[in-house]
Design a protein around this ligand. Structure first.
Ligand code: TYM
Length: 340
């Protein structure tokens, strides 16, 4: 079969639960913003249907969706350059998600580490949606024939599953219809770790607020969190190799590099031999300098829910115009009769 060439197109998504963290920003959003200038169409989605795989208070979900929309725009996603919307307003995601539930295999889902982490020992009580989540994520991506998906390291396995689903669909139906999507995991901070435990990733849902930096944290809170961040007693080494086996130290260096847009090597070159008493305040100042303008703008945008809703509606119309024909073609390929 001749290989179809797909037009390069970027898609990525973020859950609207629990606000935005520095992990979301450095691992994903910052790269999303840059990709707007790389000559590809960019589509970014607030994935509210993914959020409800665990309980969400309806009021908080609505507020969280608008908050994340505001955060994305404040961070530099331009609704004039990118298609920006919330998932539930484009039904093609859920519809294609069902088709992919019938393509993905139970054995594949059983290998998903995020499900194991989130469901924990209580897997019997987890929602069926949490288990099927990666098939919906594949639908998010493939409903747009997206070729590039910028994400943090923790989403790599899900993008690989998306490739497996596309491959199996194409094979089973003898078509070359869905692209084999590339994950884009780039930059010095693709896995930002928890500030209190360098073996766990920074997440919105961790139990203590001290373990993460939230995009809406004020300067004093950011300074306090970095000051109390766990480290070891040694100063910063002369070379990056000297950070081996020092996960907390490595994490702070990577965060600095991500915020300053330099390599971890360059951070070490500047701070070789420095103690935490010097490095942590410098890191806090840098974080405040980068995040304060974003959080100010975010608060301003959040005050006008009507405008955010209007932008989401417009983005959803633009998204629908791409996804609907792809979904209809999928139905035809599968053999579903559509007579109206
Ligand atoms: P979510 O909402 O958990 O996170 C959004 C993005 O932020 C990245 N990220 C991190 N990167 C580095 N370090 C961290 N500590 C960190 N925490 C979060 C995530 O990798 C992600 O890129 N399943 C996805 C949302 C999704 C999606 C999609 C993504 C749904 N459909 C389609 C891409 C394409 C999720 O839960 O991301």
């Amino acid at each position: 079969m001749a290989e179809t060439t797909f037009t390069p197109r970027v898609f990525s998504g973020i859950k609207p639960s629990g606000g935005l963290t520095l992990g979301n920003y450095l691992g994903a959003i910052k790269r999303w913003v840059e990709m707007q200038g790389e000559g590809m169409e960019t589509i970014y989605c607030v994935v509210d249907l993914h959020a409800i795989t665990v309980w969400q208070d309806p009021h908080d979900l609505r507020a969280g969706t608008r908050e994340v929309m505001a955060g994305l725009i404040a961070a530099g996603i331009d609704p004039e350059k990118s298609i920006l919307f919330n998932q539930s307003q484009v039904p093609a995601h859920a519809e294609l998600g069902w088709i992919f539930n019938c393509v993905a295999r139970v054995g594949w889902m059983n290998r998903m580490t995020q499900f194991k982490d989130k469901a924990g020992k209580n897997a019997e009580k987890a929602s069926l949606g949490l288990y099927a989540y990666p098939a919906l994520m594949a639908a998010d991506i493939l409903a747009y024939h997206a070729t590039h998906v910028p994400v943090g390291e923790d989403q790599k396995q899900h993008v690989e599953l998306t490739r497996d689903i596309a491959t199996k669909f194409n094979h089973d139906y003898k078509v070359d219809f869905f692209p084999i999507t590339e994950p884009v995991i780039e930059g010095p901070a693709t896995r930002v770790m928890n500030l209190r435990d360098g073996s766990k990733k920074m997440s919105k849902s961790g139990e203590s607020d001290m373990e993460r930096i939230n995009m809406l944290d004020d300067a004093a809170t950011i300074a306090k969190k970095f000051k109390k961040a766990r480290t070891d007693p040694d100063p910063l080494p002369e070379t990056l190799d000297g950070l081996a086996g020092r996960p907390e130290a490595r994490n702070l260096v990577d965060i600095y590099a991500g915020l300053a847009d330099i390599t971890p090597e360059a951070v070490i070159a500047e701070y070789a031999g420095a103690g935490w008493g010097r490095f942590k305040p410098a890191l806090a100042d840098l974080a405040v300098a980068k995040l304060a303008p974003i959080s100010e703008e975010m608060k301003r945008l959040m005050a006008d829910a009507g405008e955010l809703d209007r932008l989401m509606a417009r983005g959803a119309d633009q998204a629908e115009a791409i996804a609907r024909p792809i979904l209809e073609r999928t139905y035809d390929i599968v053999g579903l009769v559509r007579s109206r």
